[in-house]
Write a protein that binds this ligand. Sequence first.
Ligand code: CU
Length: 473
Amino acid sequence: MNGLMLTAVGALILIILVLVYRIHTLVVVMRGAKSGDIGMANKVNAFIFPVFFFVGLALFYWSYQSAKPYFLPEAASEHGKITDGIFWEVMLILLIAFLVTNVLLYVFPFLYQYKEGKKAYFYPDNHKLEMVWTVIPALVMAFFVVFGLIEWNKIFTFPEESKCEVIEIMGKQFAWQVRYPGQDNTLGKYKFKEIDATNEFGIDLTDKASFDDFIPRELHIPKGKPVLLRIRARDVLHSVFLPHFRVKMDAVPGMPTKFWFVPTKTTAEMRAETGNPKFNYELACTEICGRGHFAMRFLVVVDDSADYEVWKKKQNPWVNENADYVRTKVPGFVAPGEEVKTTTPVAPVIVDTVNVVEELTKKGEVSLHINFASGSSDLTDASMPSVKSIFEFLTSDKKAKIEISGHTDNSGDAKKNKDLSKQRAQAIVDALVKLGIAKKRLEAKGFGAEKPVADNATEEGKAQNRRVEIKKI
Ligand SMILES: [Cu+2]
């Protein structure tokens, strides 16, 4: 049986006893007892008063003791210890006032019950006494108000943001989300219009400060450092409740709030203190915010400062985790380490059908479309037949010297194109040397886009221009 049931049963028994007693008294009166005849009734009544008081007091003590294991452990924040201290000081004063007034209230009827021949002392008022019991409570009250305000002001004097770990907490139906400012220690701006299924915070991607912000699935905070929570709600009222830190602050849609505190015990320390290896701090919602309100539980971890820094370094910025989404807002965005899929159309490839040996022998020059890896001077396998045909010519005409010139289309940087075309020509020279042609018979030149043979306005024209010319010299 729990405490509440026991108390209820006790109260019921008392009510029944009183009822039975009252009925008995009435019956006595009905039978014609005299009005001056007090009898046992008064004695029993007088006795019940102190009994009620002491039984009630015992139940009160018992309920306190049995509820004690469920009390929150000692506050895990600096200000929490202060507010807890004030709470228990007020409790102590209230307990003393309660005991004094109730002892008088319940014991007096017993002490001053009716006695034959004793007349009640007429004592209508006493101004001194009135003063005492008005002024003392007023002074005690004033002391707590002033003392409380001083502490309240300390709690609500925010330290400089640069000295705090600034973390944003956003409540929505039905979850909490937290955002950290990342390396730059600045939370990126947000706009409610940017909120969608992916961008739940409504992060403003035009603000570069948001590019290192990260959104983890747990709230990590460092021990011994001020933590500043920037609190907001996306839909209805929620309330940030961190019971172990004695933190509670509403999350109000359209009206950001904030709170700061200094955690004083790591999760590991709290596990040791409570003797519960599974202990975890938590963030809950204390606003009845809808059907899924109960689901608004968020794991909180207090690390020592070294662990906290390690954890922070491991977090991946939100933009990197959502690079595809970010690209829809910031064209060309590339997350670090991300391989960008190029969307440029595959350039047309021209397959040469000319007979290189014949052309060079007859005309002394030939234009070839040799394939290189994109943007590099590496010969592809597809280009080897062309290289071999040049080699054939050079072996058929052992005295011939040739000039190999590289040409590109006009896309990209002119200087780079020229260098690349030279490197490509050189690559063919190197390939021929490897096949056994003397170096002195070969010359490499690069012209970039200087000598187009077709219109660079079309992809086909560009393909024509990307070529290698071989000339007998
Ligand atoms: Cu809520």
